[in-house]
Design a protein around this ligand. Sequence first.
Ligand code: MTE
Length: 409
Amino acid sequence: MRPDESTYLQTRTEQMVERAGLRRRDLLKLGATLPLAAGVASWVGAAPAGAATTPIVKPLPPEWFVNYGTNAEMRWETARDLGYTIPNERFFVRDHTATPLIDERTWKLRVFGSGLDGPGVELTYDQLRRMPQRDVVTAIECAGNGRSFFATQQGTPSPGTQWGLGAIGVARWRGVPLRGVLERAGISSRAVDVMPVGLDASVVSGGVDYGHVRRPLPVGKALDDALLVLAMNGEDLPPDHGFPVRLVVPGWIGVASVKWLGEIEVSDQPLFSYWNTVQYVMTGDAYPSRPVLGAQTVKSAWELAKGAELPAGTPVTLTGRAWSGTSAIVSVEISTDQGASWTPARLQGQRGAGTWTLFRYACRPLEAGPAQLWARATDGSGRTQPLVATFNSNGYLFDAVVRHPVMVR
Ligand code: MTE
């Protein structure tokens, strides 16, 4: 690396980190490696013994996030004060290893594979930016969102991050349709699978190196609505959310939306990785055929703290959001008597698949004491949240009605 390039990269990294709300001295305290090596610096394992470390770059104030180390969950009670989209600094983060800092000047996207006619293409950041772009408002939601309720509500715990319901966010994403890039690369009618590969550190578990985060997408979905995203809510992607370029796959489980993209393999044969064979498949007694996860399920959440206090005898309007990966939400029903009766909530506009619809419920809690709020959403395909989610050993797609505890005083 030439000295001037190294200075540029260092400055650039600091700018990115500052944009993410972290100052240089914080970065050094966290043990980050500067300058970047080959355009990518990762700070895994670089911290001095005893130093506070976080693999996530942006600040995670406890009033906004539940911090799980490599993952950070949005606190649902804070969504009440937010608009339809979740601001970048409030958006949940899910990293399999750690957020890498990538220099967009040296970054390239390589598209290659047996599903192309010809050798494929390599695109720089500027080349990609000059291609036609469009905006999509859609959610990214982790497949494990709601996992903790398998334990707390159903008594059948499953391992992994014990998310509440805050491993979801909706943003306005701007980018180049993946279709445009695949066509430019010469995609052929033989193509079957499209595998985006992340530039973050390889995932090592139990002494086995599973390589970079990567997960094949069927060619139909890839050509339909997948987007190579450069901007989130009107700003360059923040480092934690995939700078310089990530994929966003509307309606699908979050892992499909690969961050920090480096390569896309287009294959005329089905492709496999750890993320569609071991992780992100349904396993356990109810799923002998081990179906691979794709679209997200139906869910709803109150914009309310667990155990929130409601004044007895006083009218109150409670709010929440409901969503489904496959179609629009058509109704949300509320029960305050543990499912004996249901009252429709008022939907605030209707939104399509893969994003949420806001709902309101006006009530006057009468009896003082502990109570539960239940919300049950139905989508346009007729799928209604069940009272019990089917158990699977990885704890994915928890879709049951959540018993939200409140205290009436
Ligand atoms: N892409 C890469 N390269 N590495 C990752 O760890 N995590 C995935 C996905 N893309 C991940 C990734 C998972 S499991 C989810 S839920 C989403 O990114 C989370 O996106 P966010 O951190 O921007 O909210």
